[in-house]
Design a protein around this ligand. Structure first.
Ligand code: NAP
Length: 282
């Protein structure tokens, strides 16, 4: 008898277990939920969409051009560059993501090949030398590129031109006449998608061979001081010399925005406009 009683006691579920069972049973009533539904989340795989914009940077291995390439890659664009020496001496890791064309703006064939499938162009080609050379490289070479891009149906074209520098304009006549001739061609051929950036001195880190030249050491403090002296630039002849320098990263940022944003206003952007657009968030 004692054994029977003991067996009954041990086969009875303990109170706590009874309670738990009762609660569970209560909660199985319709309209009552004892635990929130656990929905198995589908695994999200972060595959970036394939780039739809293909940007061609003319002079992508130069000082401004290399910063433009890097900025465009950061935006997920497909980036190609055309210059006489191709990839040249750039050893930075981002440079492997650029398609490098060796070519010359004076050769229609090399331009045609590089422009294949391109939606926007940023030209950073320019240079100094004799007046006739400067007119050729800043003017004629860029006019060739603008015409070729327009003929191939490119939507947007950004040209890195230069601010007027008063008396300096007379000393660098070929340079400024070339720049203004290329600007006129751009506004004619790309009335809705043509943007001209007119920076003064551009500072930042310029690569020359294996050397990095920190132009910002002079450029940054000058930019800080001169950006507040805009009225002084109105003084005839010498005033434009007080145009503030601008950082190469700001120029690159605005160039890429101008090349890719359909609502970016066409026309000429001076150094103050470049500073303003570079500080805006999209
Ligand atoms: N740096 C400044 O302070 C400043 C200020 C105002 C305006 N800008 C303007 O900004 C632009 C870029 O200046 P930057 O300082 O970057 O000049 P940069 O370093 O000398 O670059 C010029 C680029 O043009 C390429 N190039 C020259 N002739 C070419 C040709 N016939 N065909 C194809 N590519 C050619 C060069 O590459 P290859 O030699 O390999 O061909 C190089 O990539 C220029 O138009 C300049 O006038 C510059």
């Amino acid at each position: 008898m004692r054994t029977l009683v003991s067996r009954l006691i041990h086969s009875t579920p303990p109170i706590s277990r009874l309670n738990a069972t009762a609660v569970r049973n209560l909660c199985t009533e319709p309209n009552k939920v004892d635990e929130p539904f656990k929905v198995e989340e589908a695994e999200t795989v972060n595959v970036p969409p394939p780039p739809t914009e293909k940007l061609l940077v003319l002079g992508g291995n130069g000082f401004v051009g290399s910063h433009v390439c890097r900025e465009a890659l950061n935006h997920g664009l497909s980036v190609a560059s055309l210059s006489r020496s191709g990839k040249s001496s750039l050893h930075d890791s981002w440079a492997t993501d650029v398609i490098w064309y060796k070519g010359n703006l004076f050769s229609t064939d090399s331009l045609k090949e590089a422009l294949n499938g391109v939606t926007a162009v940023i030209s950073c080609v320019g240079g100094f030398g004799s007046n006739s050379y400067m007119y050729k490289i800043d003017g004629t070479a860029n006019i060739n590129a603008i015409r070729a891009a327009s003929d191939q149906g490119v939507k947007r074209f950004v040209y890195i031109s230069a601010a007027d520098f008063g008396v300096v304009n007379y000393l660098l006549q070929g340079y400024y006449e070339g720049k203004r001739a290329a600007e006129t061609e751009l506004l004619t051929r790309f009335p809705y998608g043509g943007v001209i950036l007119r920076p003064g001195f551009i500072h930042g880190t310029r690569t020359a061979g294996s050397m990095k030249i920190p132009l910002g050491v002079i450029g940054s403090p000058l930019e800080m001081v001169l950006q507040h002296a805009k009225p002084l630039t109105q003084i005839p002849l010498i005033g434009p010399l007080l145009t503030p320098p601008v950082n190469v990263i700001a120029v690159a940022k605005v160039a890429v925005r101008a090349a890719t944003e359909p609502v970016f206003p066409p026309g000429i952007l001076d150094v103050y406009g470049i500073q303003r657009y570079s500080q805006q968030h999209k």
